[in-house]
Design a protein around this ligand. Structure first.
Ligand code: MN
Length: 326
């Protein structure tokens, strides 16, 4: 997924310590990505007052195409820096190609993790005969001492699963429910897909050093004491040893968490960095087709690419956590 927002805001996300237990809703916002197909996504991260959950810095729920193009859409080559992208399709198929030579189909239930290091480019296309469906696209910020790791792509087709009474979990990254994902992580982090059965009342053990948040994909349930339904990210803060899931007729849930990210981030378009200058340099390298940083993708002619939007002329504004007081 590319952040195709036509006027992306530049945001400086300040670091922060452990927030303690919380119970706050952060509504997803509809983001029109522009282009001829008029694609809209529901974005749960970053939030103005909650730029990150652990190192998770971006969370989009993308849908299956517009009425004019029900099969979905192709996303042409575009760059990333400073992050890992996580693609978690819920249905449909996507063909992923990138500048480290990957050319794979992405199916539901398989984790697709692309680590940009200082630069990678990729495209995401429909698969003939299939819709591109809907799914989740997340970004994980790389810590400052790992932003220059070699770019690489991982596909994990056999993720570890766990069972608790009434809960079946698939661990995308990190560890939960006694199992650990093989996905490469650079910070203490967790991400899991949870299927919660009707009538469940189960406490999911979690790491109290982590902050956590829940996105309900389908259905509804009570998380601790709060009814949670699709449309908002429910932020739980840190210092919990378990998260109680109950009072449901069945729900499909994404859980994300991690140690609060201890570095300031500047995010703009498809880039995660530490300063305006780094963002500007990456933009220039993409626009000038610097092939050392962003090699061509096999199968795409050089002119087939998403141009970077213009940088905003405004000064950066710090984006601090402003979690409402109880
Ligand atoms: Mn992308």
């Amino acid at each position: 997924m590319s952040d195709l927002e036509t006027r992306p805001e530049e945001a400086l996300c300040e670091s922060s310590g452990r927030p303690g237990p919380r119970a706050d809703f952060f509504p997803a916002r509809e983001v029109p990505l522009g282009g001829v197909r008029g694609v809209t996504v529901h974005r749960s991260l970053p939030q103005r007052d909650l730029p990150t959950v652990g190192a998770w810095c971006f969370l989009d729920h993308f849908g299956s195409g517009s009425p004019a193009n029900p099969e979905g859409h192709d996303i042409e080559p575009h760059p990333h820096i400073g992050l890992q992208t996580v693609t978690w399709p819920l249905d449909g198929r996507i063909r992923h190609r990138d500048s480290v030579g990957s050319d794979v189909e992405i199916w539901p239930g398989q984790l697709n993790l692309m680590t940009s290091g200082r630069g990678i480019a990729h495209s995401e296309y429909r698969v003939p005969g299939h819709t591109s469906g809907h799914g989740l696209q997340l970004w994980i910020a790389l810590p400052g001492d790992k932003v220059a790791v070699a770019p690489h792509f991982e596909q994990h087709r056999d993720l570890p699963e766990f069972e608790l009474p009434g809960v079946r979990g698939t661990v995308l990254i990190g560890a939960l429910g006694g199992v650990t994902s093989p996905a490469m992580a650079y910070t203490p982090i967790v991400g899991a897909d949870l299927r919660v059965d009707a009538g469940t009342d189960t406490a999911l053990p979690v790491d109290p050093a982590f902050e956590h948040a829940v996105l309900v994909i389908e259905g509804a349930l009570r998380v601790e004491d709060t009814e949670v339904a699709p449309g908002s990210l429910f932020y739980l803060g840190s210092d919990r040893t378990e998260i109680r899931l109950h009072d449901t007729a069945g729900a499909h849930v994404l859980l994300i968490g991690g140690e609060p990210f201890g570095e300031d981030l500047v995010m703009w378009w498809n880039f995660v960095a530490r300063s305006h200058d780094e963002i500007e340099a990456a933009r220039n390298d993409w626009e000038s087709r610097d092939l050392d940083r962003f090699p061509d993708i096999a199968g795409h002619p050089p002119e087939q690419r998403i141009p970077a939007p213009p940088l905003p002329g405004l000064h950066l504004k710090p984006r601090k956590r402003r979690i409402p007081q109880p």
